[in-house]
Design a protein around this ligand. Structure first.
Ligand code: BG6
Length: 479
């Protein structure tokens, strides 16, 4: 294990939902596993006029319940001893002097991690004030929580504002999908096993499907979600990461920038759609009441005439020599039939029809199971040479020893250690927004309602038709 670095983690938005549900539980797990420097400190910052004791009480009440493993009294007490709190208004520059004082009171700190888990409209003011009190030096790392904007222009504005005070190599843009082991696993899978490379190509692959389906609806997040929709919430970020890892070329090295350079090339190779193509290749859906579940527009804090999509399916094209002509089908939705995040690579059928079967495929599943399933054709037992499908399953959690860390825990440890590999660079995010923009523009200008789909189903009929037009079918409908 690398030497642990002594750190001060300054957590803006410390009383917020993400901090309570994910960040503090993630830090607790890292603490319990001995992955944090014994003197490392967590400094919660928010506007709430708490003192340390009141903040700790809130953490006890609202965060502890999200800790599912390794919870014991003594470990909890030693974790809480790391926590301090400062009440600060991010829009009041004068409040930052007290922050600087607290941080600088611990000169033994190797690095300071400033995590902005706040609305992005506060990023610029926070960065300016941090710089004014000298908290943007060489040893300060800045973590930016999504959403990083709502379109290309706002994303660029955030990046530009932040860049005035922090160098790019000290900015950690979070996408928690990059913290999922089975997504990262695609790199060794593809590039350490020599038999993958020759077939990972348009000559052998017919299509790639990427699905993130959720059973939950919008729950308590109606207000945020209604202004956001599935395209911004999931496609532009999480699905794009999955696509990059499947489609990227072999990086020169595993350094952060070599890997990120290759991801950027994939995003830049995505064909930008014109308005007619958006009409043909993008399906937006919205769930309707079914199976005892409310429809989207009946959810709390959602407009009764909302056109926000809770589902989107896209036939994307990656215009480069490896992928030209291979459709990448992306889909994500709330209130679908199952919770799953999965990549399915469908191979071409044997070209001479010797066995005349539907193609083999590889499914790489991120959740609910972390597994790789390879569908192969094998000889049916008995006489003759009839081929039947069989599946080879590698369950990563069962096969590999060790605890599987939650994505946020893993990413927090990466920031503290100063490894940028699992964080997004500015150019990649801007390219991803550029690709999404024609879709957003098309929907904004259209008065066509999203396709309805019953809660608990696999999405609208139009998404099935999208693939059927190419003679393809979504994974759950394949043989
Ligand atoms: C978040 C989205 O980024 O990802 C949520 O804002 C979504 O709407 C969540 O539910 C899905 O993450 P996971 O890890 O549960 O697949």
């Amino acid at each position: 294990m690398d030497k642990l670095t002594n750190f001060d983690l300054v957590l803006f938005g410390a009383t917020g939902d993400l901090a309570m549900r994910k960040l503090l539980p993630g830090l607790y797990q890292a603490h319990a596993a001995g992955l944090l420097h014994p003197e490392g400190r967590i400094l919660g910052v928010s506007r709430s006029a708490f003192d340390r004791a009141a903040f700790v009480e809130k953490v006890e009440k609202d965060s502890k319940i999200h800790i599912k493993q390794n919870l014991d009294g003594q470990t909890w007490t030693s974790f809480v001893a790391r926590i301090d709190y400062l009440s600060l208004d991010v829009t009041r520059a004068q409040d930052f002097a007290a922050l600087a004082e607290k941080v600088k009171a611990r000169p033994q700190t190797d690095n300071v991690v400033v995590y902005l888990s706040t609305a992005p409209k506060f990023f610029a003011a926070a960065c300016r004030s941090l710089a004014e009190v000298g908290l943007n030096g060489e040893n300060v790392r800045l973590v930016l929580e999504k959403p990083l904007g709502t379109d290309l222009a706002s994303n660029r504005a955030i990046n530009r504002d932040v860049a005035q005070y922090f160098q790019e190599n000290r900015i950690y843009r979070i996408d928690h999908y990059l913290g999922k082991e089975s997504l990262q696993n695609l790199l060794p899978l593809r590039f350490a096993n020599p038999f993958f490379e020759p077939v990972w190509h348009r000559d052998c692959i017919r299509s790639v499907q990427i699905t993130i389906a959720e059973e939950l609806g919008v729950e308590e997040r109606g207000e945020f979600y209604d202004a956001t929709g599935a395209l911004r919430d999931m496609v532009q970020n999480h699905m794009m990461q999955m696509l990059c890892f499947v489609a990227m070329e072999r990086p020169k090295s595993l350094s952060a920038d070599d890997v990120r350079d290759e991801k950027l090339k994939v995003v830049q190779a995505l064909r930008i759609m014109d308005q007619a193509e958006v009409g043909r290749k993008v399906v937006r859906g919205q769930y309707t009441a079914a199976a005892g579940k409310k429809g989207y527009i009946e959810e709390p804090r959602v407009a009764a005439d909302s056109q926000t999509e809770t589902y989107v399916a896209i036939e994307a094209a990656v215009d480069n020599p490896r992928w030209s002509g291979v459709p990448f089908y992306l889909r994500t939705g709330k209130r679908m039939a199952a919770k799953t995040a999965e990549i399915v690579v469908n191979f071409k059928a044997d070209s001479d029809g010797l066995f005349g079967k539907t193609p083999a495929r590889i499914a790489i599943s991120l959740q609910p199971q972390e597994e790789i399933r390879v569908k192969l054709w094998v000889k049916e037992t008995g006489s003759g040479l009839n081929a039947v499908p069989a599946e080879m399953v590698l369950n990563l959690a069962d096969s590999l020893p060790g605890r599987r860390a939650d994505a946020y825990e893993l990413l927090l440890c990466e920031v503290i250690a100063g490894r940028l590999n699992l964080f997004n660079r500015r150019d990649e995010l801007e390219a991803a927004w550029a690709w999404v923009m024609p879709i957003l523009d098309n929907w904004a200008a259209s008065d066509v309602l999203p396709h309805g789909y019953p809660a608990g189903s696999w999405g609208p009929e139009a998404a099935r038709a999208l693939l059927a037009a190419n003679g393809d079918a979504w994974a759950e409908e394949q043989e």
